[in-house]
Design a protein around this ligand. Structure first.
Ligand SMILES: NC(=O)c1ccc[n+]([C@@H]2O[C@H](COP(=O)([O-])OP(=O)(O)OC[C@H]3O[C@@H](n4cnc5c(N)ncnc54)[C@H](OP(=O)(O)O)[C@@H]3O)[C@@H](O)[C@H]2O)c1
Length: 214
C-alpha cells in the first residue's frame, strides 16, 4: 500500500514510518518543512514530501494524491490554544478535506484519550481535547473510511508490543512506540474501520487487542 504519514518527523510519526517500511508499504513522509527531510535520509523506501497542514491547501492535496492511506500523527508544537486550534483543529480538518479531495480511501487519526468527552482538565488540556474532538468529528462525517486512535499519556519508554484497546478505558499511559504499532496495526484489522477507541499499555499483543475491540 502507498501510505502517507502526516507529522512524520514527530516522536510518534517517525516510528510509524519505520514500522510501515518494515511491513513493505511504500511510505511518503509528510513534513511541516523540507528542512526536516534529513530525518529520513537513511531510510530506503521513504519519500519525504512537504505537507504543512496550516499552509498551502493545494500543496497538501498534491502531497496526498495516489495514497491509499493517510496516517495523521500531527500535533501542535506549542500547547497554547492558538497553536492547538491552528494545528490540531483547523490543520487536522484541512488534512481530512485534502485527503477526500485527493481520493484517499482510508484515514487513521492519532487523537487523545478523552477527546470524546473534552470537558475536563486544565485550560490547556481542555483546549487540546476540544480541538481533537472537533477534528475527530469531521473525520467521522467524512467520505473516508476512518479510524481514530485515542491513546493515554504518551511516554518515550521502550516498545512492549502489548496494549489494551477498547471504546473507553480508565486513564493510562502508553509508549509512543506501542501507539505507532497500533496506528500501523489497524491497517490489517477490518474491525477498526469506522471505529474510534482508547489505547493504554496492557497485556495483549497489538494485533489481538485490535481483533477483540468491543
Ligand atoms: N503528549 C501526550 O501525552 C499525548 C497524549 C495523547 C495524544 N497525544 C497526541 O499525539 C500526537 C503526537 O504526539 P507526539 O508527542 O508524537 O508529537 P510531536 O513529537 O510533537 O510531533 C508532532 C508532529 O506534528 C508536526 N507538525 C506540527 N505542526 C504541523 C503542521 N502545521 N503541519 C504538518 N505537521 C505539523 C511536527 O512537525 P515538526 O517536526 O516540524 O515540528 C511533528 O512532526 C499529538 O497530536 C498529541 O496531541 C499526545
Amino acid at each position: 500500500m502507498q501510505v502517507t504519514v502526516l507529522g512524520a518527523s514527530g516522536r510518534t510519526g517517525f516510528h510509524v514510518v519505520r514500522l510501515l517500511t518494515a511491513r513493505g508499504h511504500t511510505v511518503r513522509a509528510g513534513l511541516r518543512s523540507r528542512r526536516r527531510a534529513d530525518v529520513f535520509r537513511d531510510q530506503p523506501g521513504v519519500q519525504p514530501v512537504v505537507a504543512d497542514v496550516t499552509a498551502d491547501y493545494g500543496e497538501l492535496v498534491e502531497a496526498l494524491k495516489d495514497s491509499d492511506v493517510v496516517i495523521s500523527a500531527i500535533g501542535a508544537p506549542d500547547p497554547e490554544p492558538e497553536s492547538v486550534n491552528l494545528v490540531d483543529r483547523d490543520g487536522a480538518i484541512a488534512a481530512i478535506r485534502a485527503a477526500e479531495e485527493a481520493g484517499v480511501a482510508r484515514y487513521v487519526q492519532l487523537s487523545a484519550q478523552f477527546a470524546d468527552s473534552p470537558d475536563q482538565g486544565d485550560r490547556l488540556v481542555r483546549s487540546i481535547l476540544l480541538a481533537k474532538q472537533i477534528s475527530d468529528s469531521v473525520l467521522q462525517k467524512s467520505a473516508l473510511t476512518w479510524t481514530i486512535v485515542r491513546p493515554g499519556t504518551l511516554t518515550d519508554g521502550p516498545a512492549t508490543g502489548r496494549v489494551k484497546a477498547a471504546g473507553h478505558l480508565e486513564p493510562g499511559r502508553v509508549a509512543r512506540l506501542d501507539v505507532a504499532a497500533v496506528l500501523v496495526g489497524v491497517l490489517a484489522e477490518p474491525l477498526t474501520e469506522n471505529r474510534g477507541f482508547d489505547v493504554v499499555s496492557g497485556d495483549f499483543p497489538v494485533s489481538a487487542a485490535l481483533a477483540t475491540l468491543d
